[in-house]
Design a protein around this ligand. Sequence first.
Ligand code: AMP
Ligand code: MG
Length: 511
Amino acid sequence: MKFMETKIRKIDKNQIDQEIIEEAGTLLKEGKLVAFPTETVYGLGADALKEEAARKTYEAKGRPSDNPLIVHIADYEDLKKIAVNIPAETDILAAHFWPGPLTMIFEKSELVPYGTTGGLDTVAVRMPVDPIAQALIRAAGGFVSAPSANTSGRPSPTTAQHVAEDLSGKIDMILDGGTVDIGLESTILDMTVTPPMILRPGAITAEMFEEVIGPVSVDETLLGDESEKAPKAPGMKYRHYAPKAKLMIVEGDLREEILAIRQLAYAAHRENRKVGIIATNETLPFYNYGIVKNIGTRENEKTIAHGLYRVLREFDEEDVEEIYSESFAAQGIGKAIMNRLEKAAGHLRIPASAVIKKQKYRTVTFVSNTDSARGPMAAELLRQYELKQEYVVNSRGIVVLFPEPANQKAEAIMKSAQMTLEKHTSRQFDSDSIQEDTLVLAIDEAQKEKVLAEYGDNGNIYTLNEFTEDDTEIPDPYGKPLAAYGECYEVLRRLVAKLADKLDSLAEEER
Ligand code: AMP
Ligand code: MG
């Protein structure tokens, strides 16, 4: 294929520059290729009524030519020109969902070349809501075929930069209208069967159709795992959206998923393997290892739909060998999210429960009086170790009246040992501090007694001396000069080294 210069034109959907639209429309009329924004993803536009334009589209995308294109229209009246035997429900569906992220399949008219329909006698039609798309379609004569503007097999583009990454030098123009709204391709509804059948899930869901025309069916190949049957939308059979790294979807309840991914990422870290994690706003803070990307917030699944392809593309830039993804509820737009994610993962799903390794302690909590010196020092010392298992390490106080930074002398001592308590704020020990998987280590016997008296003995409460089987007294430096903090540090350092060994041997026993 010969290299061509790809013009990039910025365009604002709230203030459309008609000159740019004319320029792009003319290119399309000449049978050339123009990528443009729609509300779903960026489309690679061509004149839908020209066989030759379809051929160029397949070539630029590297797409198998049995995978039909969706014809985009801007005026409902135009549907009648390209489709025949249009069923009666179409009007009401169009009234509800057009313009919008819905593609409907009809028997095609003579006007539509087989190049556009991948040899099928049916045609897929959509009326996008994006004003840039609408203006361009009109300027191009009314019928614009537009598959996603990516190289076949890469995640669909949600920005003009994504399009340029894939198609620069292969197409004539990119209209840069910024980031798309939805970020996943349209819902495809086959209107040639009764009741209509969803061939690809998207932002318009089965429930939404049901409210308008009653129940619809769903292509059964979308429901299960790798089905033997060929999906009815030819494009759905290809392993789309595949990131370079091996993507695995971890499934379970969210707590298990986080734990499983944490363990996988920690194991990878210890083996020097680079891995990625697809996390959400809510779960981000739980991951300490691996390259973690925020796909969106669980409070609004639309943000997750919007972030998916961006995150997959970002991971292609990182040199990670595996990506672990949390999973999402397959409800509403979640169906479309999981459909795309599963395709990207080549249906590689792993149950969190099968991954989670037995680990008696997942949290180590040091308890001191005020959580301002000895507890935080011990915690920071333990954090320096790369242990065989990952632990959340923290500290709590028996009497913390209000949150305070660490004691300044303690901080000075830690600084001289290339550590810091900068991030520390003192916190009161409470019922949350003694979970089943928390190892509670009191600095003094007195604190242990207080915890036992208040919360009872769950078998995981020790003094640091007891647990490490070393009775070197940990001096209390409070109110004493800096040197006393130094002495205390030395004792803690030795005890924590023993603690690290002990935790590792416990981990070894658990294997
Ligand atoms: P894309 O253009 O990347 O959004 O992909 C278009 C999708 O629509 C592919 O999965 C196609 O297989 C599907 N499609 C287009 N036309 C038809 C049709 N006539 N019948 C069934 N599926 C179609
Ligand atoms: Mg596509």
